[in-house]
Design a protein around this ligand. Structure first.
Ligand SMILES: C[S@@+](CC[C@H](N)C(=O)[O-])C[C@H]1O[C@@H](n2cnc3c(N)ncnc32)[C@H](O)[C@@H]1O
Length: 339
């Protein structure tokens, strides 16, 4: 999800990050379920990964989720040639449980009956969203301070700047943007909003230039980078959605099914890492020679630590530079005490 990797706007997201590796990671679960295989693409975006999966696995189906109605509309059009093998759902991805429980049609029935064969979460905003200037994700062009992935609901970045207390604003900038000058920036925002509420990105960028010391600017990248990232994470409750979806999607997996997460900033990767560590650990009390019923881990790591893109992949697609990939596979229950 996140950060300056998405400054790169020249490929419009048409090159899905680590496309082939993602298909390799999902292959065992998808091949096991054969023509009952349903892949959940939790971050459909332009549909690049999904298109590749539909081509690579000719028997598989995809439920593509995006909270952004414009992305979903574009992806539906792109994936129309795959007919009944694709269905799109507009929801925050932690709504996937309800979407599958309530969805009508063959693909949802397969997912309910057999479980999910594979799931991918390519976190953050898309290059396409960054390119849509009016949405306010990019700081290099003046635009309304919106930053909602789903522009039909919720607070905007301007709302955050104009209404949060000093403490809350400083916390958002520090925690989600790792911004050293969070307190100073929050003070400047509170001072400036007294004169006039914030509406556009140029005024915020100007404030950041004036507030962040020039010496830091030489080493810390664009002075707006961290603040924009922090606002985006807050506006979209990105970390909350991620924390919520981890137990939901892994619960939905079929035995042998895999869940793969692509994180672009350390806060996301830390959440995925902690959740996976917990699910892959045995709950058997130390000292017992074997797992007891219900205490054996239900998941195994598929990646060793976090996988990174190779230099060649980064050369090909610079958006891959910060990615960290983690995947787990659902194991059979040795005691058969749970399905
Ligand atoms: C990095 S892009 C995915 C690109 C996609 N893999 C492709 O190949 O085109 C992330 C997409 O996920 C969506 N997204 C991010 N967080 C989301 C969430 N919590 N719920 C639903 N959609 C989300 C964004 O709107 C964006 O379209």
């Amino acid at each position: 999800m996140s950060d300056m990797s998405f400054d790169i706007t020249d490929n419009h997201g048409h090159v899905p990050v680590l496309r082939d590796r993602m298909a390799d990671l999902l292959a065992p679960g998808v091949e096991k379920l054969a023509d009952a295989a349903v892949i959940v693409d939790g971050t459909l975006g332009a549909g690049g990964h999904t298109e590749h999966f539909l081509r690579t696995f000719p028997a598989a189906h995809v439920i593509g989720v995006d909270r952004d109605p414009a992305s979903l509309a574009g992806a539906r059009e792109r994936l129309a040639p795959f007919g009944e093998r694709f269905v799109g759902v507009q929801t925050r991805f932690d709504g996937i449980g309800e979407a599958i429980a309530e969805g009508e049609g063959h693909i949802f029935e397969l997912a309910r009956e057999h479980g999910v064969a594979g799931a991918l979460f390519d976190l953050g905003v898309s290059s396409m969203q960054l390119d849509q200037v009016e949405r306010g994700f990019a700081y290099r062009t003046d635009a309304p301070l919106d930053m909602r992935m789903d522009p039909t609901t919720g607070k905007t970045a301007a709302d955050v700047l104009n209404t949060y207390s000093h403490g809350d604003l400083a916390r958002v900038l520090k925690t989600y943007g790792d911004e050293r000058f969070a307190g100073k920036i929050a003070s400047a925002v509170l001072r400036e909003r007294e004169k006039e509420p914030f509406t556009s990105s140029a005024r915020l960028v100007e404030l950041l230039y004036a507030t962040i010391p020039a010496a830091t600017r030489r080493t810390g990248g664009h002075p707006a980078k961290r603040t924009f990232q922090a606002l985006r994470v807050e506006v979209n409750a990105e970390l909350e959605a991620l924390e919520n979806v981890l137990p939901i999607i892994t619960d939905l997996l079929a035995v042998g099914g895999r869940a793969v997460f692509m994180s672009y900033q350390s806060l996301e990767d830390r959440i995925v890492k902690a959740a996976f560590a917990e699910m892959t650990a045995s709950k058997t009390p130390p000292g017992l020679p074997m797992d007891l019923p219900g205490t054996a881990p239900r998941f195994a790591s598929v990646t060793r630590g976090a996988e990174k893109a190779t230099a060649a992949e980064i050369d090909d697609n610079p958006r891959a530079a910060p990615v960290r990939v983690r995947a787990v596979e659902k194991l059979p229950d040795p005691f058969g005490d749970r399905p």
